[in-house]
Design a binder for this molecule. Structure first.
Ligand code: DGY
Length: 322
């Protein structure tokens, strides 16, 4: 029997590749770097399934090039804003993602980033490296503690909940959250639902853990920063587009808010001459929230298993479009 053709847009961890190779005729872009769009357009021709990354633009042109055999686009990510869902729906193509398996890794990274920024650890490391570490000074590199603070979470989904659960033992006084709706498990961590203006005004630290949607696009802008405390620390591990970056630069430069830690930016990668990178009170990481072997192996397995499930007509994990 002829095996279904699958194209994988990158080198992926072995567990996922093994699953695919058992069942399908697999071709992949043999690089750690993103496939150029013109190569993608060539490689998808005639495939029955496409395993892609969040950096691949899966638009109607790609779907058209793939042709009528294409039954599933399986993204090895939680986010799926790079896929034209409407076009997939119209063409009867299933779309799946890899939820759950990066919840712990992204939650851990978010907490790390919050501590890194709140305690000015990066400035400390840099000071040691460049020889600025002189005699002990009482007010040098003083940050703020998490103890007795109010933490605000935008988006109390799996990751927001994972962050809140991990922060609670630090002696957080109050956890407040804002989301599209109230969530039942907020009670488990004693989190209180508030409207967005209250999230801004009452939080000492805010963690952005939501998706990018038309509703969350540039939700953090000058108007929002002006409502926040001057001492507030902002951390974003959701999507870069939730923050208006020019406004953030101004808010940080003028100490409208105290500091920010970004694992996601708009655009990605952030150009190395971006104004945000000139500030001491802004830490930028290269979108590495789910960079653990545990997450990456599981993400590849689920992305591959989703392809097999859809081809076999059974339910896949994380069906965005069944
Ligand atoms: C995702 O899975 O969408 C993450 O942002 C990648 O780490």
């Amino acid at each position: 029997m002829t095996k279904i053709k699958v194209f994988v847009t990158r080198r992926i961890p072995k567990p996922g590749l093994d699953i695919l190779q058992q069942h399908c005729d697999v071709q992949f872009w043999d690089s750690d770097e993103a496939i150029p769009q013109d190569e993608l357009l060539k490689k998808v021709q005639g495939v029955g399934a496409l395993l892609c990354m969040l950096t691949d633009k899966i638009d109607d042109e790609v779907l058209a090039k793939a042709g009528e055999n294409l039954r599933i686009v399986s993204t090895m990510s939680v986010g799926y804003e790079h896929i034209d869902l409407e076009a997939c729906k119209r063409r009867g193509i299933a779309v799946t993602n890899t939820p759950n398996v990066s919840t712990d890794s992204v939650s851990e990274l978010t907490v790390s980033l919050l501590l890194l920024v709140a305690r000015r650890l990066y400035e400390g490391i840099r000071a040691v490296h460049v020889g600025e570490w002189g005699k002990w000074k009482p007010m040098w590199l003083c940050g703020v503690e998490l103890t007795n603070k109010t933490v605000g979470i935008l988006g109390l989904g799996r990751i927001g909940y994972g962050v809140a659960k991990r922060l609670k033992p630090f002696g957080i006084e109050r956890i407040i959250y804002h989301d599209v709706c109230r969530v039942s498990y907020a009670d488990d961590i004693g989190a209180t639902y508030v409207d967005f203006p209250t999230l801004l005004s009452d939080s000492d630290m805010i963690c952005i853990c939501c998706n990018l949607t038309p509703q969350t696009k540039h939700k953090f802008n000058t108007k929002a920063f002006e409502k926040m405390k001057n001492s507030a620390v902002l951390v974003n591990s959701g999507r870069g587009g939730v923050i208006q970056h020019d406004d953030l630069y101004e808010a940080l430069r003028t100490n409208t808010i105290a500091a920010a830690g970004l694992d996601v930016t708009e655009p990605e990668p952030l150009p190395k001459d971006h104004p945000l990178l000139t500030l001491n009170n802004c830490i930028v990481l290269p979108h590495m929230g789910s960079n653990t072997w545990e997450s990456r192996n599981s993400m590849s397995e689920i992305a591959a298993a989703n392809i097999i499930s859809v081809l076999n007509g059974t339910n896949a994990v994380g069906e965005v479009i069944p």
